[in-house]
Design a protein around this ligand. Structure first.
Ligand code: HSE
Length: 442
């Protein structure tokens, strides 16, 4: 698309829910600034909705509204399509058709990009148009563009994010106000940042999709949502929260992507030269000394580690209509200025995924045990046999209520899993309680 000499750029909007309506409003309010910044007059000329008669939070002139998204996608006068429908179908067909029709696309659709990254970027490159997705990860936080543009020459080693506002809100409320998990979830739903089906939030799948996008961007190799090892926050207990608070940790749902491999390549920041990418989402005990521990409520943050840049952290509102609309508007304006080229299809390859079982972590484990002599020795033997070294141990409660809480040194994940399974079959262990990775505790 060559818009540099054009006065008017026409935008078609697919979907007018919370995000779509916020984008419509923001664009209307920002007309003067957009003209000044891009030299172009942007206007939304068509809005495709499911139900034309639905009451909306923003006034949309009726002549702009249609209920067939193909009316937007197939309209030759539209230059840029903004997709705010979400989900895989029909968004995949609509975005594909838009790109084939030489329209640049701006989308907030994390599920779709986390499954069809290469396919869609390939299509954009083949049709010489842009595909932007800043709004798909971290709402208003400009992390995708930071990785794509500002850090383009950086060898990114690791990306660690708090990428889901709902779970961060729940964990904060459980920790700071001792709220029950269910009550904190209800509050998050009432505040409107939980997904329609909150299992995507609490199960870690929403964060996994966002992590796949960040990893694909940071390492220039396609990582899919299904590659991400994923554990949710459903099993985090009040007792874990108490331990964390007393011991200098904050429990966070972390999304971690890093390159691991035989050597540190001097190439571009790809997972080149035999390097593999490890990707996982899980609740973790984060040391209070780490900047991510201070990210509260529904805020998101991305902690980036680059070979030359060192550590960077981006922080902001990861959910909500206006923060997401802000990222969409930035993408639309970038598409108008063509400031960022489409990813060359030559760079698109599938990532090699590093097996989670080979990773090393420190761990927090709580065991419900009988409070008798010899129990600790029996438990310690299982740790020792599996080469898991214990850093600290505490007994909490006595007799019928006795719980042993361990923090380990760095240990191999497969060894740790074997330890858990063997501990679970000891007669002196009534139940293996919680199991969390420990992060930032150098
Ligand atoms: N449900 C998401 C969250 C918001 O809680 O972060 C949109 O990605």
């Amino acid at each position: 698309m060559n818009t540099s000499s054009r006065k008017v750029v026409s935008v078609g909007l697919l979907g007018c829910g919370t995000v779509g309506a916020s984008f419509f409003r923001l664009m209307e309010e920002s007309r003067a600034q957009i003209l000044e910044t891009t030299g172009a007059e942007l206007s939304i000329t068509k809005v495709a909705v499911k139900d034309k008669n639905k009451q909306r939070s923003v006034y949309i002139p009726p002549e702009l509204i249609c209920d067939d998204p193909m009316d937007v996608v197939g309209d030759d006068s539209i230059d840029i399509v903004v997709e705010c429908i979400g989900g895989i179908n029909p968004a995949l067909e609509l975005i594909s058709a838009s790109l084939e029709g030489k329209k640049s696309v701006v989308t907030a659709n994390k599920e779709l990009l986390a499954r069809h990254w290469n396919q869609l970027h390939d299509k954009a490159a083949a049709n010489k148009v842009q595909l932007f997705c800043e709004a798909a990860v971290g709402g208003a936080i400009p992390v995708v563009r930071a990785l794509e543009v500002s850090l383009a020459g950086e060898k990114i080693r690791r990306v660690t994010g708090i990428l889901n506002g709902t779970t961060n809100y729940i964990l904060t409320k459980m920790s700071e106000e001792s709220l029950a998990y269910e009550d904190a979830l209800r509050e998050a739903q009432d505040l409107g940042f939980a997904e329609a089906d909150p299992t995507a939030d609490v199960g870690g799948h929403d964060a996994a999709s966002k992590l796949a996008i960040l990893a694909s961007t940071a390492f220039h190799s396609e990582v899919k949502a299904d590659d991400v090892f994923c554990e949710g926050i459903e099993k985090v207990t009040a007792a874990d929260m108490d331990f964390a608070k007393r011991s200098g940790y904050s429990i966070k749902l972390l999304a971690v992507a890093e390159t691991l491999g035989p050597n540190d390549s001097d190439d571009l920041p790809t997972a080149a030269a035999g390097q593999k990418i490890a990707v996982r989402v899980y609740p973790a005990m984060v040391s209070l000394t780490h900047p991510l521990a201070s990210v509260r409520l529904s805020f998101n943050a991305c902690f980036l580690e680059g070979a030359a840049s060192g550590e960077l952290m981006l922080y902001g509102r990861g959910a909500g209509g206006l923060p997401t609309a802000s990222a969409i508007l930035g993408d639309v304006m970038t598409a108008v200025s063509c400031a960022s080229p489409a990813i060359s299809s030559a760079l698109l390859k599938r990532a090699e995924i590093y097996p989670v079982g080979k990773l090393e972590n420190k761990y927090y484990i709580s065991l419900y045990v009988s409070d008798q002599s010899g129990v600790l020795a029996e438990v310690a033997e299982v740790f020792a046999k599996n080469k898991v070294s214990i850093r600290s141990m505490e007994q909490i409660g006595m007799f019928d209520e006795a719980r042993l809480v361990f923090i380990t040194h760095l240990a191999n994940e497969d060894n740790m899993q074997r330890t858990l399974s063997e501990l679970g079959s000891l007669t002196c262990v009534e139940k293996v309680g919680s199991f969390l990775r420990v992060y930032g505790d150098e």
